[in-house]
Design a protein around this ligand. Structure first.
Ligand code: MLT
Length: 269
């Protein structure tokens, strides 16, 4: 993969990776991650697609802007990356917080979207309870508890089976989370707290929508997501029994196949 960086006034250093040829697919990571999250997925996808993997501002190689961050800013950053590659229309894939970003992208730039894939994500806003949990976490991080927060959070994203069989992957993923600065973690949480409900983006979607749903997901519960899978005109729904929230690591072959099938369908449209 080639790594590139662009600089704008708003985003002083915006890093992304790109590989492959063919129709463009953008893979947007979640929290607290970076583009490396997709490492098991992009090589196969790049056989048939141009795969673009941004590090969202504040994560990986991308700097956190000096102004307060919103999910719409993250979508704007993704748009700048696409423009830098002269890509006009994309299949936009987002994992969890990356899905919130993908939805904001679809709302702001609908004519740029060939398809929207929400991987363990939701179009609903945070509940009051979730906002409160995030505010408490922000308090912990701001008091110097970043490491405790990340070490507690990461294992909860994986299935018990995977944690037992792949302790090294939990360690690796934790280390990735620990690399993110405390101020970025706080900025992402604040951005998620204020993001609006985007179910209307689904209702108005002129593009197909894919849903990758973890049956046992505790971050984005299946019951919440299932209610949204009828809102767009065209929906592809896959329920993963084995991977609660991290199918790109727990079941990458399964996920690659679903993403490639969806992107091929979008390509043919
Ligand atoms: C993620 O995986 O991106 C986050 O857990 C999403 C969230 O906290 O809502």
């Amino acid at each position: 993969m080639a790594i590139k960086t662009i600089e704008t006034e708003q985003f002083p250093g915006l890093s992304y990776s790109i590989a492959g040829t063919g129709p463009a697919v953008v893979l947007i990571h979640g929290f607290p991650e970076n583009g490396g999250l997709w490492r098991e997925v992009w090589p196969t996808l790049a056989d048939n697609f141009t795969v673009i993997v941004p590090d969202l501002p504040g994560a990986g190689g991308s700097k956190l802007p000096s102004t307060p961050l919103t999910i719409e800013d993250l979508a704007h950053a993704v748009k700048l990356v696409c423009e830098n590659e002269n890509v006009e229309r994309v299949v936009v894939v987002g994992h969890s917080m990356g899905g919130y970003t993908a939805l904001a992208f679809a709302e702001k730039y609908p004519s740029s979207v060939k398809g929207l894939s929400l991987v363990h994500s939701t179009a609903t806003a945070d509940t009051d309870e979730k906002k409160e949990t995030r505010r408490k976490a922000i308090g912990v991080i701001e008091k110097g508890g970043k490491d405790v927060f990340v070490r507690q959070m990461i294992p909860g994203l994986f299935s018990e089976r995977y944690k037992k069989e792949h302790p090294e992957m939990i360690k690796e993923q934790t280390e990735r989370g620990l690399q993110i600065a405390a101020e970025s973690l706080v900025a992402f949480y604040n951005a998620m707290i204020i993001r609006p409900d985007r179910t209307d983006t689904l209702r108005n979607a002129a593009f197909p929508v894919q849903w990758i749903i973890g049956k046992e997901d505790t971050v984005v519960p299946m019951s919440v997501v299932m209610q949204q899978t009828q809102l767009a005109n065209v929906n592809f729904v896959s329920v993963y029994e084995e991977s609660p929230h991290m199918s790109m690591l727990e079941e990458p072959i399964h996920l690659v196949k679903d993403l490639a099938d969806f992107a091929s369908y979008c390509k043919a449209k």
